[in-house]
Design a protein around this ligand. Structure first.
Ligand code: SER
Length: 594
């Protein structure tokens, strides 16, 4: 079973069970200040899980590209990935635990679908904790499916609770499905959920019952939902009995491209194999970020910084393999492999290759500069009688030139020197704490915290979008937005800085619409009808065939998932604080409502 077949079967199964297939969304979340990337299949669906109507209906299925970089330092081992694809099906107030479990069971075991023998399947359900009861309903459903008691395991919050994805948002108990790999149990307590390697997880059914609010309270949802997630890479690995995701067809052509570019043969040297895996994973993630309709470029902040780290780490490991040339041949293999389900990759291939190789070259210069600085330091370093290079000095190379500690160590080693790693780590930690304090601002509010202010700001983005088009011209198109409870940021295409006069006119237009207290209304219609009715659709966004259109009086009409305020009058006063460049051809406005 390869990834393509699994993806197709999953979609076919759920569409044949009344689910509408919806498009996966961008990797860069819209209107979500709490995360840099889309981290789970449910992520773009948060507003719907919290009660918004979805134009495609109450039963949905899709595949979604995701990035999680929390474990970036573990990438290189056989299982960790920074990019993955997630299959998911959703019930928005339709079926709940029984329906979700029945369908999961049928898809896993029926010979028409995955055909996994029932004896190989084990599950875990929520054991109950902190006033939330044991999930007897889910356990009973599994029993009805024929899963015996010893393969239903009750686990606590750490294992069987999902969400919220940020600090706030929808969450609830979940039930995970595992495949028995046939190994001996590791001990008497071994069972589904045991990390010994006997039981591997393939699927997660989350029963969204609560919304965790900013005060940390769990408020029961009026309309319960189901969110399920099946990681494609993981599942393909398990179904094919492979030990590592890198041994599946998903990575075969990418590894081949690295082999070709480096003349190293995968599987012949443990340390180098690790480098091959790092290059494959990081280049794959970088290609998807750069190939996204809302692509960011490498930079020193936010998603751009993650991208920069991915590319730099890949370059460093390519040098370990003796790869002299650029990363683009590897990136081309990624584009070719994944452009079927993700046509944006081929469409943006030129941009991907250009950005990737430009950043790679820049980093090589950094490396050379760092090496040069190191040479300059050498005479004084040699004076240390114990042959130790100070960690503070190594940190300075890292901080000033972006010179990685591993390289400093390597160069020091060649000169018979040793870096004081402890001292380096200390300096590094201090630095991290500082930058963490800086970015914690970003995590205020929370995913799905459709707080009153966030909703107001969301409505203000529509007014601003229209006002910009009126003042600057129809070429203006929204290229991104980011909202917290304190401010909004709005990116749009426009070639030059705005004049003071233009800014004043835009601000005045928005405030005029607030004063007019326009009614905000919503309708569901086909995408064609929406466009025909003059509704603005976002550049590069993929839409379902049925969409929601928000209308603000006679002023603005946009395709949008919501939510919005009911009357513009509640927005207060709109004030632009800053207008600046965001990237080539894109301007950014920061504004507040007071
Ligand atoms: N949100 C859950 C997960 O990511 C199920 O989709 O595992």
């Amino acid at each position: 079973m390869n990834a393509e077949e699994l993806r197709a079967l999953y979609i076919e199964f759920f569409t044949s069970h009344g689910h509408a297939q919806i498009e996966g969304k961008s990797l860069i979340p819209e209107n979500d200040p709490t995360v840099l990337f889309t981290t789970a299949g449910m992520h773009p669906l948060v507003p719907y899980l919290l009660g918004e109507e979805h134009p495609a209906g109450k039963r949905l299925v899709d595949y979604q590209k995701c990035i999680r970089t929390g474990d970036i330092d573990s990438v290189g081992d056989p299982s960790h990935l920074t990019f993955f694809e997630m299959l998911g099906n959703w019930s928005l107030g339709d079926y709940f635990k029984d329906g979700a479990i029945e369908m999961s069971f049928e898809f896993l075991t029926s010979p028409r679908w995955l055909g996994i023998p029932v004896e190989k399947i084990g599950v875990t359900v929520f054991e109950g904790e902190e006033g939330i009861p044991r999930d007897e309903e889910a356990a009973a459903a599994w029993r009805r499916m024929g899963i015996p008691e010893d393969r239903i395991r009750y686990l606590g919050r750490d294992d069987n609770w999902w969400g919220p994805a940020g600090t706030t948002g929808p969450c609830g108990p979940d039930s995970e499905m595992f495949i028995d790999m046939g190994k001996e149990p590791c001990g008497p307590g071994c069972g589904p959920g045991c990390p010994c390697g006997k039981w591997l997880e393939v699927w997660n059914d989350v029963f969204m019952q609560y919304n965790k609010n900013a005060q940390g309270e769990y408020i029961p949802l009026e309309r319960t939902c189901v969110d399920t997630g099946m990681g494609i890479e993981r599942t393909v690995t398990i179904l094919n009995g492979k030990k590592s995701v890198y041994d599946t067809e998903i990575f075969t052509p990418i590894i081949a491209a690295v082999e070709k570019a480096s003349e190293y043969v995968y599987g012949t040297d443990g340390e180098k194999d690790r480098s091959v895996r790092i290059i494959c994973d990081h280049v794959r993630s970088a290609v998807f970020i750069l190939g996204d309709p809302k692509a960011v470029s490498p930079s020193n902040v936010g998603a751009g910084y993650v991208l920069r780290r991915l590319i730099r780490r890949a370059v460093r490991h390519s040098r370990k393999l003796g790869m002299e040339g650029p990363l683009s041949p590897v990136a081309r293999a990624v584009v070719e492999k994944f452009t079927g389900p993700y046509p944006e990759l081929a469409e943006n291939a030129a941009f991907i290759m250009e950005e990737l190789d430009r950043e790679g070259e820049k980093f090589l210069e950094t490396l050379q500069k760092g090496e040069h600085e190191f040479q300059k330091l050498l005479p004084s370093l040699r004076k240390d009688p114990r042959g130790i290079m100070s960690g503070r000095l190594a940190f300075k190379l890292y901080d000033t030139y972006g010179f990685p500690i591993e390289l400093t160590e390597e160069l020091a080693f060649e000169q018979g020197l040793k870096v004081n790693r402890e001292e380096f780590e200390e300096a590094f930690k201090k630095h991290q704490e500082l930058s963490r304090a800086g970015s914690s601002q970003l995590f205020k509010g929370g995913l799905g915290d459709q707080g009153e202010m966030a909703v107001k700001y969301h409505t203000a983005t529509h007014l601003l979008h229209k006002a910009l088009k009126m003042v600057l011209g129809d070429h203006v198109a929204q290229r991104g937005s980011n909202i917290t409870a304190e401010r909004m940021r709005f990116d749009f295409s426009h070639g030059e800085p705005m004049s003071g006069e233009e800014l004043r006119r835009v601000e005045a237009l928005v405030n005029e619409q607030i004063r007019r207290d326009l009614p905000v209304t919503v309708e569901v219609m086909s995408l064609d009808a929406a466009k025909g009715s003059g509704a603005v659709a976002l550049f590069g966004e993929k839409y379902e065939s049925q969409v929601k259109v928000y209308t603000m009086g006679d002023f603005s009409r946009e395709v949008c998932g919501g939510p919005h305020v009911e009357h513009t009058g509640v927005l207060g006063t709109f004030k632009i604080q800053k207008e600046q460049s965001s990237s080539a051809g894109i301007r950014r406005i920061r504004a507040v409502l007071t």
